[in-house]
Design a binder for this molecule. Structure first.
Ligand SMILES: Cc1cc2nc3c(=O)[nH]c(=O)nc-3n(C[C@H](O)[C@H](O)[C@H](O)COP(=O)(O)OP(=O)(O)OC[C@H]3O[C@@H](n4cnc5c(N)ncnc54)[C@H](O)[C@@H]3O)c2cc1C
Length: 383
């Protein structure tokens, strides 16, 4: 749902200009330095980019899903590391509070996420718990007026900068499945919280992940999200439904950029006496990429509208994430192919993007897990 077309058009214009004029020129520098300049982060704060999805009552822009998808398609047109720094505050790092937090929890944290004063991270994955996310081993033992958390969380995006962690932990040791899991908001400076070294990743230089370790961390009872035990897994799944649509929208934006770069190169590079864009096998790659990106865009916007209309879109969000992230992998592969040997050389952005987009098929549920969700829901809905 678009609340006001003119306002959204203006936001897209501003974000599009920021991407072209401020972010794209710094892509190579960020890839080499593995660091996003502080000045850029400040500019993102000023533009309100940390609070796009935080409700207006808490200082954010309160974008609907369709509006968020439209903006994400703009943000996707540059190195994903730039999006990553604002990604958790707009998604997995704040959404548990937005959806299920108590009023006091929202008042305390959401305004600070919206301004970027506080970075929120999301802690579900563990060394032994990945796709089977309901098997969370981190424990939260009730002490009466609070909880004691113990466990290790793995690959946590933005953890080195985070001020808070949304942590999924098992409050009921006798219940090994989803209903034994609760969600907590944990301040990063709590005694007993420590970080592992930054992970050395395949791509997305400038964005960071690391382990987050909880050793006898005391968490006050008012930090149990929603104030109810046993709802943490359900909250996490709601968070991921929205996150999956966001990642799908980012994949569409990245595909647009890859297509632009591939087309520009194909029109300029000559072989056999003419631009390679005039060779039909190159045209086929361009056309397939354009078609697939258009299909993904249509899927994402349709699902986003349905979600805004109040429909349950868990299946559709998985369809979008599966198709769009696999699509951008194929588009990146073709973009490298169109560049020939140059596509393998770091000077060209497509070499970097080829590695960057590989992550989209892995986090927030792998492609295999999306397929399992889609099929499971199909079977459930048929009876
Ligand atoms: C850069 C990065 C950032 C991340 N950020 C975060 C974050 O901020 N917070 C967070 O909580 N997590 C985060 N993750 C973790 C991510 O969500 C997990 O890595 C992902 O869900 C997969 O889990 P896993 O790595 O344990 O793989 P596994 O679950 O061990 O899977 C390994 C392989 O087996 C397949 N597989 C597993 N189960 C099945 C099945 N039943 N049927 C068929 N195939 C199956 C998988 O699809 C995969 O191909 C991040 C990961 C990375 C790499």
């Amino acid at each position: 749902m678009i609340r006001d077309q003119e306002t959204l058009d203006q936001l897209r214009l501003v974000v599009g200009r920021f991407v072209r004029e401020r972010l794209q020129p710094l892509e190579a520098e960020v890839a080499t330095s593995d660091r996003i300049p502080e000045q850029l982060v400040d500019e993102m704060k000023q533009l309100g980019l940390f609070g796009m999805t935080i409700p207006e009552d808490y200082g954010g822009l309160g974008l609907t899903m369709e509006e968020e998808a439209c903006v994400a398609m703009q943000l996707g047109q540059t190195s994903p590391a730039f999006r990553s720094i604002i990604g958790t505050n707009n998604g997995i790092g704040s959404a548990a509070l937005v959806f299920d937090g108590t009023e006091a929890q929202k008042q305390k944290y959401l305004p600070k996420y919206a301004t970027g004063e506080l970075i929120g991270s999301f802690c579900l994955t563990e060394p032994d718990v990945g796709s089977d996310a309901a098997a969370v081993k981190t424990t939260a033992k009730c002490t009466g007026d609070g909880y004691i958390l113990n466990g290790t969380k793995r690959f946590i995006t933005n953890a080195p900068m985070a001020g808070t962690f949304t942590v999924m932990a098992r409050t009921n040791p006798n219940e090994p499945g989803a209903s034994g899991v609760s969600a907590f908001i944990v301040d990063a400076d709590s005694a007993g919280v420590s970080l592992g070294p930054k992970d050395k990743k395949m791509g997305q230089a400038g964005s960071y992940t690391c382990d987050v370790i909880f050793e006898d961390v005391t968490v006050p009872v008012e930090n149990l999200i929603g104030g109810v035990e046993g709802k943490g897994f359900a909250t996490a799944m709601k968070v991921l439904d929205r996150g999956r649509l966001h990642i799908a929208a980012i994949s569409v934006g990245m595909a647009d950029r890859l297509i632009d770069d591939a087309l520009a190169y194909a029109m300029e590079r000559e072989q056999f006496g003419k631009p390679i864009a005039e060779h039909q096998l190159i045209q086929a790659m361009l056309a397939d990429s354009k078609t697939e990106a258009y299909a993904a865009r249509s899927m994402v916007l349709d699902s986003a509208r349905k979600r805004d209309d109040g429909e349950a879109v868990s299946t559709l969000a998985s369809c979008c994430k599966l198709f769009a992230t696999e699509m951008v992998g194929r588009v990146a592969d073709r973009a490298v192919q169109i560049h020939g040997g140059a596509g393998y050389i770091a000077e060209y952005a497509v070499e970097r993007f080829y590695r960057d987009v590989r992550l989209f098929r892995l986090y927030e549920g792998t492609s295999e897990i999306q397929r399992l969700i889609i099929a499971r829901n199909m079977i459930r809905d048929s009876v």
